[in-house]
Design a protein around this ligand. Sequence first.
Ligand code: NAG
Ligand code: NAG
Length: 153
Amino acid sequence: MRHVVVVLLAVLCVCDAVKFGQLCKGNPTNSRRTSDSWGQGHYGAGRGTRQHQGLDIVCSDGSTVYAPFDVTLNGNVKVYTDPNKTTINNGINLSGEGLCFKLFYVLPDRTSGTVRKGQRIGTMLPMQRVYPGITSHIHVQMCDKSDPARYFL
Ligand SMILES: *[C@@H]1O[C@H](CO)[C@@H](O)[C@H](O)[C@H]1NC(C)=O
Ligand SMILES: *[C@@H]1O[C@H](CO)[C@@H](O)[C@H](O)[C@H]1NC(C)=O
């Protein structure tokens, strides 16, 4: 019995150990968007009739975006259908460390291949033009729509 518990704990610790490295230049700790006039940045925050399905990490417009760990690029992602938001309507689907996730509001340098941790993957789009006064941010969304917070410090 004791062996089973030890093995289970070891497995859980491996899963929990996956943490995102720095995503955005100028934000080495992946600090999160808290609250601004447009809403809150945590998973589950209200978005009109919907709920926020990601976690928002602070990133200034035009900043370099980095691979948070060794990743495979799985193609580009469109965030909106609204033509008024074309300026920031881009993102990328990534996988690595056993996780599949998407980063919104990022213009990717490339959309296939692999990138090592800390290397650039793209540029933060000009979010202030679409949402004046918002805390500009990268939206991190897991492909399975679960809460990304456990993968951040
Ligand atoms: C992201 O890429 C993965 C791997 O190719 C794929 O299984 C998944 O469906 C993609 N998700 C979205 C939302 O594009
Ligand atoms: C786009 O912006 C125009 C001008 O502000 C507005 O009239 C229109 O309703 C907007 N479209 C959508 C889909 O929000």
